[in-house]
Design a protein around this ligand. Structure first.
Ligand SMILES: NC(=O)C1=CN([C@@H]2O[C@H](COP(=O)(O)OP(=O)(O)OC[C@H]3O[C@@H](n4cnc5c(N)ncnc54)[C@H](OP(=O)(O)O)[C@@H]3O)[C@@H](O)[C@H]2O)C=CC1
Ligand SMILES: CC(=O)N[C@@H](CCC(=O)OP(=O)(O)O)C(=O)O
Length: 345
């Protein structure tokens, strides 16, 4: 059994971790923190978990976390980087759902996150945990940076094109839409139902903090610095991300082999589904599931490949991917606890 701790258990990704871990046969919850709900039983706050956990939330305490085999951080940016060095020294493994360890260039990190990085040594050692790319490095990893939600949908959709150098990597476009749970559970006027419902808008068009993360991952896949335009949008739904991706093929003749290339790239990936050419994957087809579904498209007389990619931001975009990473880190079957299909409707 893996003794698990969760820091930030009352947030949307924290409670999603609990939902996934509730049916995981090899995970045992040792502690779950919340400063605002300390002392409250988990099942009082989240009745969907009644009968699964008999723990109460507690204040974050490094000594207690050091008793765990693995700690998930489901906290805002800037929290994990302050606690990780002590956990690493105690031999505890960590999967951080925040962005603290995602970027390798710490000047870039400081610019986008508005603070200096406080654990540069571990930032250099962390593995960026997109299992479809770095599976072998995850096996022995002590610290894994779980990818962001938009970067997961965008990178998985573009990877086969870039790895095979089929497109102009200086002119990539990612047009992405997210449900409101992507913003977390803390109260804010902009996320009120009255503000989000019956409306649709772009945000962060002149620069979003996921841009450097997307750029870093795609540049690594392409083997050269890519140029990418990324614009996120907020849609009036709770869960889900849809990313519509555009790239210009060097050779239009390559259209004929793209479907096969994508199917081959993801053939052995349990959580990536390449749908038939021309399909339109819907966010509801991955709701509650650890899947990314994608499809390829071509418009008449065009050299532009269109890839549509959907995930559940809280599952493949956060908690599900974190448990997938845990499974690989501990040598467990990668799909353990993650087999549930999406909820429809
Ligand atoms: N929502 C999403 O779709 C995704 C989120 N992420 C990332 O995952 C992380 C968590 O996101 P989300 O669950 O949405 O966030 P929430 O705001 O919903 O929850 C944050 C949690 O962290 C706790 N917390 C806040 N400040 C601190 C602190 N200083 N020390 C310890 N605990 C703290 C809060 O509890 P309390 O204040 O009671 O201690 C709460 O449980 C974020 O970094 C987010 O960017 C990543 C991918 C997708
Ligand atoms: C809709 C919405 O607000 N989405 C969030 C998604 C970011 C997120 O979840 O943060 P990570 O960097 O940890 O992945 C945003 O745009 O800030």
């Amino acid at each position: 059994m893996i003794k698990v701790g969760i820091v930030g258990g009352t947030g949307y990704t924290g409670v999603e971790l609990l939902r996934v871990l509730a049916v995981h046969p090899q995970a045992q919850l040792h502690c779950i923190t919340s400063r605002s709900e300390a002392g409250i039983p988990v099942s009082d706050l989240y009745p969907n978990l009644r009968g699964h956990f008999d723990l109460a939330f507690s204040e974050p305490d490094v000594a207690v976390l050091c008793q765990c085999d693995l700690v998930f951080f489901a906290t805002p940016h800037g929290v994990a980087m302050r606690m990780v060095p002590e956990l690493m020294a105690a031999g505890v493994r960590v999967v951080d759902l925040s962005a603290d360890f995602r970027l390798k260039n710490l000047d870039v990190w400081a610019k986008w996150y508005g603070m200096p990085h406080e654990s540069p040594e571990w930032a250099g050692k962390a593995v960026y945990g997109l299992p479809e790319v770095v599976r072998s490095e995850l096996h022995g990893a002590q610290l894994v940076a779980n990818p962001g939600c938009y970067p997961t949908a965008v990178q998985l959709g573009f990877l086969p094109l870039l790895e095979n150098k089929l497109v102009d990597s200086s002119r990539l476009i990612a047009d992405a839409k997210s449900g409101s749970s992507g913003a977390g559970r803390q109260a804010s006027v902009g996320m009120l139902h009255g503000e989000v419902g019956e409306s649709f808008k772009a945000y962060g068009a002149s620069g979003h903090r996921h841009l450097p993360e997307i750029r870093q991952g795609l540049s690594q896949a392409a083997g050269t610095a890519v140029g990418v335009t990324f614009v996120p949008h907020l849609v009036p739904m709770i869960r889900g991300i849809e990313a519509t991706l555009y790239a210009e093929l060097h050779n239009v003749g390559d259209f004929d082999r793209l479907q096969e290339l994508y199917e081959e790239r993801y053939r052995d990936e349990p959580f990536v589904d390449v749908m038939p050419f021309g399909s339109h994957p819907e966010t509801r087809s991955v709701r509650g599931a650890n899947h990314c579904r994608m499809a390829l498209h071509r418009q008449e007389n065009s050299n532009v490949v269109i890839v549509t990619s959907v995930i559940d931001n809280l599952v493949k975009g956060a908690a599900g991917q974190a448990v997938q990473n845990m499974n690989v880190m501990f040598g467990l079957p990668e799909i353990m606890g993650l087999e549930a299909p999406a909820m429809l409707p």
